[in-house]
Structure formats: structure tokens, C-alpha cells
Design a protein around this ligand. Structure first.
Ligand code: UD1
Length: 416
């Protein structure tokens, strides 16, 4: 599916189950490499980034099988610690394998992930953590080689709570000798689930969900089973969808706690929200109100929902503002939204959005994963047909956005 076509101005009604979390499952798959045995993961989303990570794991010798949403990884047969270049280019998150490979084998050969469409995405904090644990970092041509005779527990101080660097530091520390303390760790729910997954396979990590994580090194891990939580960003995307299209929907399989900041913002914009242990009911009657939002590390409003919220703001009453503090390239979608008639002015890290309803259907291009989803949201509130091109970006993180929205009553279809 490389094109999505949306016929707008139909309200949403109904109930769906939210897929498993992409940002939780990718580091968990990487962490499975730490164990010389079997790991079973349930509720795995069938998305391109997961397929790519599976390809990487197989290319380095792990035996993997994905049966529906159940993934079995056997790390006993791991045969190399060099990740083939073609995978690094297609998925930036492959850097997340350097921590577990370093921990398991004493070396990891990857390459600098380079820029991507939402910004520079440096890895200095990942490398700083590896060095603190006693590893050496070398560059050889395109290759990045991280190696250590022995990893030793250490204090790691992050000046910024990077999600990926926290994950890499955690995984590298699992087999390090002694105690590692990560100060200034990221607090995202995906870090908490990585800690639960690792502890469930025999690691000793304390402080999950706080900015101070303490890891006591262990020699061996054991076979384990784990269930991935629902994807808070996918749930947030459908929250944005119903706000733009109006209507009333139920999102099953998601923890409202993980989506707290987005839910509070949706309420301020006029959505009615009921929270339950493992599901959410959302109603939006009439056009949303405008609001000002700043993206921040968790528990603040997530940058991964910024584009989708911008699409909602584009059809809200009045003027909204966004400050993007995490990724500088995340405003590219504004240009595409303007093609649908949205009134958005971007200046450096700030966007000002003057809402108007409806937008006008047209041809647009997804430039990144969440930006593509935002264009779908905008299409739902546009008159006529909106055609979104380059939707392979969307498939990186959404199992089947057309299936989900169709079951909520949208007129949407994917085409080759
Ligand atoms: C993860 C998520 C991504 C989300 C992001 C922020 C995955 C697979 N991806 O990405 O969807 O948008 O968290 O919530 O989980 N930084 C540095 N040096 C580093 C690392 C990061 O300066 O070594 C900066 C980045 O440029 C960026 C900020 O820190 O400005 C946040 O990055 P980080 O939290 O590391 O995001 P990712 O782990 O890449």
C-alpha cells in the first residue's frame, strides 16, 4: 500500500483494539539478544519496523518465528555482532542493538544512523553511556565499532532524557560487572516495559519509570514470556481522528495512564473522555477548541503525536500554537496540511495554526511515519477526496490504519 485515499466528512463510531506498541517491542526484540535461549513475546504489531528488526535478528544468527502476533526469538544461535548495512539505513532504531550485542558478545558493529526526515538524531548520548561502562568506540569508514573486554558498572549521567540512549545503557548494563546507575534516565512507558521485560528474564533493575535506574549486573538470563502493551501513539492517533472527524469511539487494549497528557489536552479542546483500566471512550461533538501545546519528554505531550494534533488544530475553532522541543524536522507535515487548505505558519520551532473547517481534499505526501498519519487525520475532516502518497512511511508503525478507521465508519482505502 503506497497510497491512502480518504473520503472526508464522515463521523466516526465504533470500537477497535489498539495494536501492540512499536516503541516498546523494538527494544524488547533487541534485548532478547542478551539471552542465549528462548524468548516469547505476545501482542507484537505486524508492522514494517518489526519485520525489519526480525530481518536483522535473523541476519546475525538468531532464530525467529512470528506466528500472528506471537514472536519467538531464540538467541542461542547468535553468530555475529555486525549488523548488515542495508538494515541500518532502513531503520534508525537498529542502533538499539548495539547495547545488547555489546553486553552479550563484547562488541557491536553498526554505523552512524545519519539524519532522517524528522531531524538530525545524533547518538552521542548512546556512545557516552557505552564509554562510561568501559567500552571503546571506534569509527572505521562508515562503520561504528563499540567493544569492551569487560563491561563494568558505572554512574551514567544523561544531560537529556534520551529514550534510545537510556534503553541502550540499560541493556549494556544487564551483564556488566557490579552496579550501574543511570541518572537523568527517560521515563517513557516504553522504558518501564523494557525494565519489566528484562527483570522477567532475570535482570535486576530498580527504579523503572523514574529518572534514576539502578542495574545490578547478572551473569545469566533465562527463558521468558512477555506481553507488549497497547501502542499509546496509535491510540493517540485515533483520538486525534475522532476529534477531527467528530463522533464517538472506544479504544480497547490501551492504558489511559500512558496517554495522560494527550487526554488532558483533548479534554481542554472539548472532547469527552471516559477512562477505564484497559480502554478509553472518546466523544467529540462539534469542532474542537483551540489550544497551545509544547512537546516534551514523558510525562509531557509526546512529539510523536504533534503532527496528528496539528491536523486537529487545523480544523479547530480559533488559533492554536505548537512549540516542538524534541525533533526540529517535525513541522514538515505543515507544508502538506497547507495543500489541504490549512492555515499554518511555521517559524523555527513554533507553529501557529488558524483553524478552519472543513479542509479541502487534495494530493499530499507523507514525509515521515507520524506525519503520514496526521494527513489521514486531516483527510477525515476534508471535503471530497484526499490522496496521501508515500504511505510506506505509515506502514512502518501502523498495522493497518485503513482497516482500523474503516471499522470506525471512515471511507478510507489503501492502494498500490
Ligand atoms: C524515541 C522513539 C521516537 C520518539 C522519541 C522521543 C523509538 C523507536 N523511537 O526515539 O518515536 O519520537 O523517542 O520520544 O522508541 N539526542 C541527542 N543525542 C543522543 C540521543 C538523542 O542529542 O545521543 C536528542 C535527539 O536529537 C532528540 C532528543 O534527544 O532531539 C530525543 O531523542 P530520543 O529520546 O533519543 O529519541 P529516540 O530514542 O531516537
Amino acid at each position: 500500500m503506497s497510497i491512502i485515499q480518504v473520503q472526508g466528512l464522515r463521523s466516526l463510531e465504533g470500537e477497535i483494539k489498539v495494536q501492540g506498541s512499536k516503541n516498546a517491542v523494538l527494544p524488547i526484540m533487541a534485548a532478547a539478544v542478551l539471552h542465549k535461549g528462548r524468548t516469547v513475546i505476545h501482542n507484537v504489531p505486524r508492522i514494517q519496523d518489526v519485520f525489519c528488526m526480525l530481518g536483522i535478528l535473523q541476519s546475525i544468527g538468531c532464530s525467529c518465528s512470528l506466528d500472528g502476533h506471537k514472536l519467538t526469538i531464540d538467541g542461542a544461535s547468535l553468530s555475529q555482532s555486525e549488523i548488515p548495512e542495508e538494515y541500518i539505513k532502513s531503520m534508525r532504531s537498529s542502533i538499539i542493538l548495539s547495547g545488547p550485542l555489546l553486553g552479550r558478545t563484547g562488541s557491536a558493529v553498526t554505523s552512524f544512523p545519519g539524519g532522517c526526515s524528522i531531524g538530525k538524531r545524533p547518538i552521542d548520548l548512546h556512545l557516552m553511556a557505552f564509554r562510561a561502562l568501559g567500552a571503546g568506540v571506534k569509527e572505521k569508514g562508515d562503520k561504528l565499532i563499540v567493544s569492551a573486554k569487560k563491561l563494568k558498572g558505572a554512574d551514567i549521567y544523561f544531560p537529556f532524557p534520551s529514550v534510545g540512549a537510556t534503553e541502550n545503557a540499560l541493556m549494556a548494563a544487564v551483564h556488566a560487572e557490579g552496579v550501574t546507575v543511570i541518572h537523568g534516565a527517560a521515563k517513557e512507558p516504553e522504558i518501564k516495559s523494557l525494565c519489566s521485560f528484562l527483570n522477567n528474564m532475570g535482570a535486576r533493575i530498580h527504579g523503572a519509570g523514574t529518572s534514576r535506574l539502578a542495574v545490578t549486573g547478572v551473569k545469566e538470563l533465562h527463558d521468558s514470556e512477555f506481553t507488549v502493551a497497547g501502542d499509546r501513539i496509535v491510540a493517540g492517533t485515533y483520538l486525534a481522528a475522532v476529534m477531527a472527524a467528530q463522533g464517538s469511539i472506544v479504544l480497547n487494549g490501551v492504558l489511559p495512564e500512558d496517554l495522560r497528557s494527550a487526554l488532558r489536552i483533548a479534554e481542554k479542546m472539548g472532547a469527552e473522555i471516559r477512562e477505564y483500566e484497559n480502554h478509553l471512550e472518546v466523544s467529540m461533538m462539534g469542532r474542537p477548541d483551540s489550544i497551545d501545546v509544547v512537546t516534551e519528554p514523558y510525562p509531557g505531550f509526546p512529539t510523536d503525536l504533534q503532527s496528528q494534533l496539528m491536523a486537529v488544530m487545523a480544523v479547530s475553532r480559533g488559533t492554536s500554537r505548537i512549540s516542538e522541543t524534541i525533533f526540529e524536522g517535525r513541522f514538515k507535515t505543515a507544508e502538506e496540511l497547507r495543500r489541504l487548505g490549512a492555515d499554518i505558519i511555521v517559524k523555527e520551532k513554533k507553529a501557529v495554526i488558524h483553524g478552519q473547517h472543513p479542509l479541502k481534499g487534495g494530493f499530499v505526501t507523507a514525509t515521515d511515519l507520524r506525519g503520514g498519519a496526521a494527513l489521514v487525520v486531516a483527510g477525515l475532516a476534508s471535503e471530497g477526496i484526499t490522496e496521501i502518497h508515500e504511505c510506506h512511511h505509515v506502514e512502518r508503525g501502523y498495522e493497518d490504519i485503513c482497516r482500523d478507521l474503516t471499522s470506525l465508519g471512515a471511507a478510507i482505502r489503501g492502494m498500490e
